[in-house]
Design a protein around this ligand. Sequence first.
Ligand code: ATR
Length: 281
Amino acid sequence: MKITASTQLYAVLGNPVRQSLSPVLQNGWINEHGFDAVYTAITIKQENFETALLGLHQCGLMGANVTMPFKERAAAYAYALSERAAATSSVNCLTFHDSGFIGNSTDGDGFVADLDARAPNWREMSGTTLVIGAGGAARAILYALVDMGRTNIAVVNRDRKRADEAVSLHPADSVKSIDWSALSEHLSGASLVVNATSAGFKGQNDLSLDMSQTDPDCIIYDTIYAPKETLFLLDARQHRRRTLNGLGMLVGQGALAFEHWFGVRPDLMKGLARLEAELSS
Ligand code: ATR
């Protein structure tokens, strides 16, 4: 990679952000495609987010990913929002123009893009899609699933009220909420079970389900990728279910951001391989 005075700058903005895999992912694709650009990570202090964004815009930043804890503030500050970003009040991808920044949300579509890449037959599988969680990740996934015409989706969350709220944004004949106490009985008949909670993330409590209740061809997806295999996925793998961790969703949302900025969809599997190599080095 040759950096010159005309190299265009992209970044992931967050706090903390030093652990981010996005620079490895995006610079890999930038190199593959031969663009004169570079992607870095910028830590922004909580109190400075909006002023930092303005300054970065004036300095010529071309595009950015936004991560914790700024996704909602980025949505409030963007001068225009995609339909998805407006509906979820969450922005993870900014594209800078003369007059300001357009906010997009690529998390949910990144999840779908990952399933298309790693489990191509998932669209044909009938059966329930069971989404566990009702936070930002779950809502983004839900939007993408409903948008692609998926029906027979059930959402379950410890706090039932939040599940009801998430579901209320969608047609009742596509999505329903179920009670946490009924989770086990809904495992059977599901073709896709997604952990979209933060349970299982490094240092947090695990999510443990009785995977023997799931159908043998069910796909078990965890949006978490650190650790690489949560207890949720380990349980599923021990029952010989097909398992996918959240590294692919990270790659999927990054690929869609790359497409917004450079106008070309990069290779998801190469991106995934690069991150797997990075994590095992
Ligand atoms: P994010 O934006 O990453 O989705 P969030 O908005 O804080 O984060 O949501 C976290 C989700 O994980 C919520 O659905 C939360 O459930 P509650 O709404 O009931 O709190 C869920 N969650 C966190 N820890 C959990 C645990 N140990 N078991 C089950 N669900 C958990």
